[in-house]
Ligand binder design. Structure first.
Ligand SMILES: CC(C)(COP(=O)(O)OP(=O)(O)OC[C@H]1O[C@@H](n2cnc3c(N)ncnc32)[C@H](O)[C@@H]1OP(=O)(O)O)[C@@H](O)C(=O)NCCC(=O)NCCS
Length: 210
């Protein structure tokens, strides 16, 4: 089960007019932040050349984190899924990633947050968040979530919907701590105990709403 499908989605019929290059979270976006344990991370918008980082980051996820992210057992990411997850158009499918620089200068993926606009409701998007186990509980998930909401606002999105296992305390707690009004609904689309948590996006940029 995957809250964000592995295949390409049909694009929404009505897409807000957004000039991606003019946005804060456009292709040029780059930000350095220090996590609670002192780790320096670089945040940037995910691009096709990040596919190897994404695939390698998935390999470092524990079975539990994979289960929580994909709402089911997930042993491998297929090449098509890796392509899909790294080839985002920046408006309807947006992803922001965090990387850590290793001592030898190479990069290691630490986390990623994304949303995919809903085809039938362009003012809403399905969203998901992943931090590799070794970097969890260090503030990175919250940081990525805050940036994801800002990027969604810039793109005229008013609601982000997260599919979360009802036992996923870290994610439920993270969403609660964002301090935004959230609506919880049971989701019959998925097996098991999955909640869909719809969180309002504040501060929709003027002129970007559909
Ligand atoms: C959910 C997830 C993204 C949180 O990332 P993170 O970097 O650990 O998040 P943060 O460090 O910002 O923590 C946010 C809050 O989550 C809660 N939290 C984080 N890890 C927790 C844990 N192991 N146990 C209980 N609560 C936890 C805490 O309330 C924390 O706030 P606090 O540290 O101020 O108390 C991460 O655990 C993850 O990737 N899990 C696997 C994938 C997943 O579940 N995705 C969600 C489905 S969309």
């Amino acid at each position: 089960m995957n809250p964000i499908p592995s295949g390409r989605r049909r694009l929404p019929e009505v897409v807000p007019q957004v000039e991606v290059k003019a946005l804060r979270f456009g292709p040029q976006y780059m930000e350095r932040k220090t996590l609670a344990d002192g780790t320096l991370v670089t945040l940037r918008v995910v691009r096709p050349s990040d596919s190897a980082l994404l695939a390698e980051g998935f390999e470092r996820l524990s079975p539990e984190s994979r289960y929580r992210r994909f709402l089911g057992a997930k042993k491998v990411l297929s090449p098509a899924e890796v392509r899909y997850f790294s080839d985002c158009d920046g408006v309807n499918h947006f992803a922001i990633g965090a990387v850590v620089e290793r001592a030898d200068g190479s990069e290691e993926g630490a986390g990623v947050a994304r949303f995919v606009r809903l085809p039938r409701n362009p003012l809403a998007a399905e969203a998901a968040l992943t931090v590799v186990d070794a970097r969890q509980h260090n503030g990175l998930g919250s940081l990525l979530a805050r940036r994801l909401f800002s990027a969604a606002a810039e793109r005229g999105i008013r609601e982000l919907q997260f599919h979360v296992l009802s036992t996923n305390q870290p994610m439920l707690s993270l969403l609660r701590k964002l301090g935004r009004p959230a609506e919880h609904r049971a989701n019959s689309e998925f097996d098991g105990d999955v909640l869909t948590i719809a969180v309002q996006v504040r501060g929709v940029a003027p002129g970007t709403a559909a």
